[in-house]
Design a protein around this ligand. Sequence first.
Ligand code: ARG
Length: 651
Amino acid sequence: MNALAEIRSRFLPVLESHSDSATELLGMIRPAGDPKFGDYQANVAMPLGKKVGKSPRDLAAEIMDAISLEGLCSNTEVAGPGFINLTLDNAWLKNQLLASLADDRLGVEQVTNPKTYIVDFSSPNVAKPMHVGHIRSTVIGDAIAKILGFVGHKVITDNHVGDWGTQFGMIIYGYKNFLDPAAYESEPVGELSRLYRKVRQLIDYHGALANIDGVRTEIDTLGGQLEQLKAQQAATEEKSAVKKIKKEISATQKRLKAKQETLESFEKKITAVETGELATEANAHPEIGTAVLLETAALHKGDAQNLALWNEFLPACREDMQKIYRRLGVSFDHELGESFYNDQLQAVVDDFEAKGFARTSDGALCVFMNDYDTPMIIRKKDGAFLYSTTDLATIKYRDDEFDADACLYVVDHRQHEHFEKLFDAARLWGYTETEYKHVAFGTVMGDDGKPFKTRDGDTVGLGGLLDDAESKALKIAIDQNPDLSEERQKEIASVIGIGGLKYVDLSQNRASDYEFSYEKMLALKGNTATYLQFSYARIQGIIRKTGADPTAIRKNPVPFEFATDIERELAVKLIRFSEALDDVLVEYKPNMLCAYLFELTQIFFRFLEQCSVKDAQSESLKQSRLQFCDLMSRTIQTGLGLLGIEVVEQM
Ligand code: ARG
C-alpha cells in the first residue's frame, strides 16, 4: 500500500469540509524532510488558515481532531506555526513489509483508473547512423513506458522512425553519384552512411562558402558596435546609464562570440574539403544542396527510380537500427515511421483548408495560431509536405486506431516550438480529449562543455558508444570476478556496460544537459547503475552465505523486527517504492526513481554496517533481517528493471 496516498485519502474528507480546493492541498502532505519531524508532514494548515482566517495552529488541531489515522499513524503532533507531523505506526509498517514480501509487485498497487498512453520515443532518422543523442529518447521513453505499464496503465509504444526525410534524398543523390559498388555489396549500411556523410559534407561546404562573407561582415559590424559602446561607456558617468551600456556590451560580446564560432566552423568545413580528397568533387557538384531537395521531392512524388532505391535501402537501414535496440534490450509495439503516413497527408491538408484552419501565405499553406510569431507550415510553396504535416496525420491515425487518453513525445528540447504548435493545431482540429505532452530532454555534452562529439568533430555513433561502454565494463567484470569464465565475464560486462550507459542518462533530470563521462558511468560508488548492481549481487552473496533459500524466506515469513532504528528507517524507505514510481509519473522524470534506489541502497549499507544478518542475536531477528535483504534485492531488481537495466547474481 502507498502510505502517502493512504494518508492523503484520510485527510481528503476533512480538508473538503474546510475548502473547495482540497485536492490541491493534498500536495502539501509530503514525506518529512527530517526524520525528527516523523515520516510525513502535512503543511496544509498554513495556506488553509490564511484562506479561512483562522490561526494555522488552531486549524491544524481542529483537522487532527476530525481525522482518523487509526492503525496507520502512531504519533501525530502539531508543531511550530501549524505543521502536522505524522509518524507511521510500527505494526502497520511491519504488516506492509510482510505484504510486500509475499507480493511479486512489492506492494505496488495498480491504478484504479487505468488510462491509455501512447509513448512516441526513440524515433531516429534512419539512413544516417544512430548517434549519442538517440540514447536519451530511447532510454527515457522506454523507462517511462515500463513504469506506466507497471502501475497499471495501458501503454502503446511507437517508434516514429524518420524514414521519409531529406536524408533519403541525400543517400539517393550519393548513390547516383558517388557509389562504391563493391563496398555497397559487402556492407550496404556502411556504404550508405559513407554516402550520407559525404553528401552532408559537400552540402555543408557549399553552404559555408555561400555564407562565410556574410558572417565576416556581421563580425565586422558587431566589432564596430562594440567599440562604439565601449567609447560610450568611457564617456558616461550616470550610473544607470553605465549599467545599461554594460548590459548591451555583454549582449554584443555574446553575439560576436557566437558569430566567431560560426565563422570558425565554416572555415573548418571549407578547409577540410579544399585540402582533402573531396576538393574535385566539391567543384563538380556546386548545386548539391538543391539537387538533394529535388531527389527528396521526386521520391515523395512517387518517382519510380527513387522509390525503388528507397525500398532497397530501407530494410538495411531498419535492420541496422534493430541491432542497436537488441543490444539495448528495447522494443516497440509499433514502428510505423513517417513513410507510413505519406498517403494520408493530402487529406490532412485538405481538411485543414476546408475547415478554414489553414490559409495560404507566401505560397505556403499555414496554420496561424495566437502566441507564435510564425505559423505552422503544413505545405510548402513547392507543394511538399513537412514534418508537421506527418505529425498531424499521426495524431489523427493514432486517435482513430488507439483512442488514447494521453500521448507523450519523448523528443529533444530543441523541438519545443514544433510540439507547442502541433498540439495547438491538434486542439484546433478537434482533438481536445487527448492530453499531448512533449517530454523534452537536454543535450549530451562532452567534457569541453559543448555537445558531445568525437575528436574529429563528428557526432558520437551509438554503436561505438555501446562498444566502448562494454569494453570498459569488461575490465570491472574481470577485476571483480577473476575466476569466472571469459564468457560469463563478457555477459556481466554487457549488463554493467549497457546498464551504466542507460543509468547515467536516466539519473539526470531529463530537462537538463549533462556531461558524459565513462568514469562516472561505471563508478562503483555514487548514484550509478554499477553501484546498484553491485549492491544487488552483494545481497545475493549475503543470502547465499547464510544458506537461506530466497523462496523459502518469502513462503514462511516471520514477523519483521525493528531491533535498531536503522531497521525502521529501511522499512519506511522500502515501502516508499510505490511513491517513487508516482514521483516519476508526475513530470515523467525517471531520475526520481534513480534517486530513490540510490538513497534506499545507502540506507541499506548503513543497515548492513550496524546489523549482522548471519550472527543476529536470535533466530527470529536473523530471519527478519534476511527478509529485509530479500525485499531489498527485489526492490533494486524491479526498480532497475523498470529503468530497462538488468542485474547479475554475481559481480
Ligand atoms: N525523427 C525525429 C528526429 O530525429 C524525431 C521524431 C519524434 N516524434 C515525432 N512524432 N515527431 O528529430
